[in-house]
Write a protein that binds this ligand. Structure first.
Ligand code: DAH
Length: 352
């Protein structure tokens, strides 16, 4: 090939090599084999030559053109390869990374306790009831023989809502589940009235009411929100003796141990007379020998039975209120109540 054409091919190769994108490459191509490219111009120049010259020069130009086209194809391929390479790199999937595991959830330890409490009392014929956490003053206090200004109210300092009830006293976040005693009786009052009318034996009330309760209190063993479970058994002749049997049975079943002592310690609650705190004592294990308070209890006060709309001569029995959080701490050996409400997964997953 003539040096003239050699240098054109060389500069075409250089221009193609510098093109970094397909668009740049097409621009470079136009300079050589486009409509007014250098090769095209040379072709046009052939017209003025003799037949002999046309032949030899034309063949040489054609050769140069083919060399340029080959260089173009080569560069196109190289650019396409580079683009594919970059794309593969960007979309690369590191299959050696550990996968994302979905861990199965589980019930909260206090929920496990509540389920357990419900099962055990259901097996003893107790109904399970649910009630509001925002309560009227009457339900939380007055109906339970705890009138305004009674000093016993300070035992249950709670939170108040910015809305007054019908009595002009603000609603409260219930400080205990005891209002459920009265609510449950009211909910079933028709049934009792019908029994009286028909001269049938008075239906018993046998219910537990677990749920959330609130008090102005916060330390390792008190939380402003905590749980209680109320129990109530009223019948013609239900006595403290029955309370003792029922509660002892419950504790032994709950803790899966017959090696458990119970103590009823005289106390005061406005809604019971007499009243007692219930303490339990493990005979073995890490807590052995210590008396641990688990519930308040007593014979339901006649005034409370009257507030239920019932006759205290016909509905006699006991009530208790226990702390499921405390029972959970004892059962699992948890020493700080706040762990139950922090939502720390490292703690909670141990109960799964
Ligand atoms: N409501 C009481 C409290 O929160 C606990 C209690 C005591 C409930 C005696 C009762 C009961 O039903 O009879 O401290």
């Amino acid at each position: 090939m003539k040096p003239e054409f050699d240098s054109i091919v060389a500069s075409a190769r250089a221009a193609f090599g510098q093109a970094g994108t397909p668009a740049e490459l097409e621009n470079a191509k136009a300079q050589f084999i486009g409509k007014s490219g250098r090769i095209t111009e040379l072709m046009k120049g052939l017209a003025a030559l003799s037949v002999e010259e046309k032949k030899s020069r034309g063949a040489a130009i054609n050769q140069a053109k083919q060399a340029i086209e080959a260089a173009l194809t080569e560069r196109r391929q190289a650019l396409a390869d580079a683009e594919l390479e970059a794309q593969l790199k960007a979309e690369a999937l590191d299959v050696s990374l550990p996968g994302r595991i979905r861990e199965p959830g589980g019930l909260h330890p206090v929920s496990l306790t509540l389920e357990r409490i419900e099962q055990i009392f259901a097996s003893m014929g107790f109904d399970v009831a649910d009630g509001p956490e925002i309560e009227s003053d009457w339900h939380s206090f007055t109906s339970l023989n705890n009138p305004p200004n009674h000093p016993a109210r300070s035992m249950q300092d709670t939170f108040y809502v910015d809305i007054d009830g019908d009595d002009g006293i603000p609603y409260n976040l219930r400080p205990h589940t005891s209002p459920m005693q009265v609510r449950y009786a009211h909910a079933h009052i028709k049934r009792y009235a019908q029994a009286v009318k028909r001269g049938e034996p008075m239906p018993e009330i046998r219910v537990i009411a677990p749920g959330r309760t609130y008090r102005v209190d916060s330390d390792a063993t008190h939380s402003p929100m905590f749980h209680q479970c109320e129990g109530l058994w009223l019948g013609e002749n239900v006595s403290f003796k029955d309370l003792k049997v029922v509660f002892t049975d419950f504790c032994r079943t709950f803790f899966e141990s017959d090696d458990l002592a119970l103590r009823f310690r005289p106390s005061f609650f406005p809604f019971t007379e007499p009243s007692a705190e219930i303490d339990i004592q493990f005979q073995s294990g890490p807590l052995a020998g210590r008396w641990l308070e688990v519930a308040g209890s007593g014979q339901v006060h006649p005034q409370v039975v009257r507030n239920m709309g019932l006759d205290p001569e016909k509905h006699i029995g006991f009530a208790f209120g226990m702390g499921p959080d405390r029972l959970t701490m004892l059962r699992y050996g948890v020493n700080d109540l706040r762990l139950f409400f922090d939502g720390d997964i490292r703690f909670l997953k141990q109960f799964r």
